[in-house]
Design a protein around this ligand. Sequence first.
Ligand code: G5P
Ligand code: MG
Length: 222
Amino acid sequence: YIYSVMPLRLVLLGAPGSGKGTLTSRLLKQLPSLSSLSTGDILRSEIQKQSDVGKLADTYIRGGKLLPDRFMATLVEKELLDRDLLHKPFLLDGFPRTANQALELETSLKDKPINLVVELDVPADAIVGRITSRWMHSSGRVYNLEYNPPKVPFKDDVTGEPLFQRADDNPETVKKRLLTYYRELEPIKQFYKSRGVYQKVSGKTSDIIFPQLLTIVNNHAD
Ligand code: G5P
Ligand code: MG
C-alpha cells in the first residue's frame, strides 16, 4: 500500500475555535492508525503539572500570545521523536502556526516533510460564541454546552472526571488570538502552497467540514 510508503503527515490549520480539536477526534475514530499531536494540549498539560515549560507557557497563553517559534519547534521535535511518530501517519493540531515554525518543522522532518495541509475556513462570526461555551477534559477532549454536550453535565464522557474552562477562553483573549491567527495565516499559507501541499475546506459547522476533510485525507492515502 502506498499508505505505508508515504504515511500521512497532516497539518490542520485553523483559527481558534475553528474545530481543530473536534475534527481531530473525529478523524482518529475513522483512522485508528493515525496519531495526533496538539501543541495546545501539550502546553496545558505542562501547566497542570506546574513544570518549567508550563510556567513559561502559562503567561503567554493567558495573554493570548504565541510562545517563541524556536521554543515550540524544539518541543515538537522532541515530541515527534519521543513518540516515534516519524515513520507513522500523524496529524498536527496547532503547529506550525507561523511560517518560521513551518520552516523549523521542515528541518526537523528532513526527508519526511509534511505532505498535506488543510486550512479549516470557518467564518469568524461563527467562531466567537463557540469558544465561550467550550468545556475541556485534561485529555484534550473538547465539549460544547450547545453543540457537543457531555453526557453528564460538566463531566468527561470517558473518565467521568470534571471538565474545566480554558484560561484563554474569555472574549478579550479570544479577540487577540484571532488577530494573531489572521496575521500569520497568509505567510504560512504561501509557504505550504510553494510546497504543493496546501488545501482548504470551508463551512460554518464541523458537520459540513468533516466529510470534506475526510475525503481529502482518504484521497491522499490511496
Ligand atoms: P491552541 O490550544 O492550539 P487555538 O486557539 O489554536 O488553541 P482552539 O481554541 O483549541 O484553537 P479548535 O481546537 O480549533 O480551537 O476548536 P475546538 O476546540 O475543536 O472547537 C471549539 C468549540 O467549538 C468547542 O467547544 C467545540 O465543541 C465547538 N464546536 C466545534 N464545531 C462546532 C460547530 O460546528 N458548531 C458549534 N456550535 N460548535 C462547534 O493554542 C492555545 C495557546 O497555546 C499557545 C498559544 O498561546 C495559543 O494561543 N500555543 C502556541 N504558541 C506558539 N506556537 C504554537 N505552535 C502554539 N500552540 C499553542
Ligand atoms: Mg484545540
